[in-house]
Design a binder for this molecule. Structure first.
Ligand code: PMV
Length: 321
């Protein structure tokens, strides 16, 4: 009763911020993302009669806190589906720093969902896996299908899931992550979502979403990089404006994040096709076409004191190993 799965983190082009249903993690709006080839979680789950309690190891550390609770709750969902009562050993490894807005909960819960269900002998469809992953962490539902993904907000547990819009091969765009902070964020995205509605700008954000989703899908389909980049950058600022005007206010950027964002504007003025986006953390994702990636990487070298630079291309979703 053992299985191992690997799942990518994903970057949201159109973001999920704010929920219609807190417990079921049903979002207010559809979101669009791309799975990332360079940042992933690999998780092994083994159910056994010899265990009295669930044992959760994340990045070689036995976890006893809130994170373990979240994993145990997810294992309970799987136990209920399979109608078993065995405890499990979970060993999860990230190839990047956790909790810094690189969507570790997304890759983590996607890998856990696939590994745990297969370990108990369940073979779920992609949609069922996406629904189950969503209950662990909203954005995890987008790390199940391949490539470019849409999460349909839906209105119930069964209707809120992600599916593949376009394969990873459809468009060879690059997402270079400029890592500016490896410390875990102070306010998790789970808590952050609950503040969204307190921003005076939230209703305006939500009312523009349907049109925005339609526009970006068109840009992705036709590989219109300028249109795509303009939508993505404006969308990131829109979400962060809501965060910063929430009560209490949420600031996920660091000074270095803003330095990079300003540099991106300058590089663009000089003719380099690059746009930025940020999730709930200080790291900046720089989007460019493959032909410009070398140039972008050499420009980034001029930014001082960057912790790390991680180049990504579009990736497949969760895979059984
Ligand atoms: O799935 P969560 O609770 O980690 O929320 C993700 C929120 C953002 O990363 C900011 C946006 C998104 O759509 O991924």
């Amino acid at each position: 009763m053992k299985a191992t799965a690997k799942a990518p983190a994903n970057i949201a082009f159109i973001k999920y911020w704010g929920k219609r249903d807190e417990k079921l993690r049903i979002p207010m709006n559809n979101s669009i993302s791309m799975n990332l080839s360079g940042v992933s979680t690999t998780t092994t789950v083994q159910f056994s009669q010899n265990l009295k309690n669930d044992l959760v190891k994340i990045d070689n550390q036995v976890n006893k806190g809130r994170e373990r609770e979240r994993v145990v709750k997810h294992l309970d969902r799987v136990r209920m589906m399979a109608n078993i009562n065995l405890r499990a050993k979970v060993n999860s490894r990230n190839n990047f720093a956790q909790g810094t807005g690189m969507a570790s909960s997304a890759s983590g819960f996607a890998a856990l969902t696939l590994a745990a269900t297969r370990a108990v002998g369940l073979t779920l469809s992609e949609r069922q896996l996406s629904i189950l992953a969503r209950l662990g962490s909203g954005s995890a539902c987008r790390s199940i299908p391949d490539g470019f993904v849409e999460w349909k907000a839906g209105e119930s547990n069964e209707t809120s899931y992600a599916y593949s819009l376009l394969t990873p091969e459809h468009w060879d765009i690059c997402d270079v992550i400029a890592v500016v902070g490896k410390k875990a964020k102070k306010v998790s995205s789970t808590r952050g979502h609950t503040r969204a509605e307190s921003s005076p700008f939230y209703q305006a954000r939500i009312s523009g979403m349907t049109a925005k989703v339609r526009e970006i899908k068109k840009a992705l389909k036709h590989r219109d990089f300028t249109k795509f980049g303009e939508i993505v950058e404006a969308e990131a600022i829109n979400m962060h404006a809501v965060m910063m005007t929430s009560k209490p206010a949420l600031y996920y950027w660091l000074p270095k994040s803003l330095e990079i964002m300003l540099a991106v504007q300058e590089w663009r003025n000089l003719g380099l096709g690059v746009y930025f986006t940020l999730d709930a953390g200080p790291n900046v994702h720089l989007l460019c076409q493959k032909k410009d990636s070398k140039k972008l990487l050499s420009r980034l070298k001029r930014i001082e004191r960057l912790d790390e630079v991680i180049p990504n291309k579009p990736s497949v979703g969760a895979q059984l190993l």
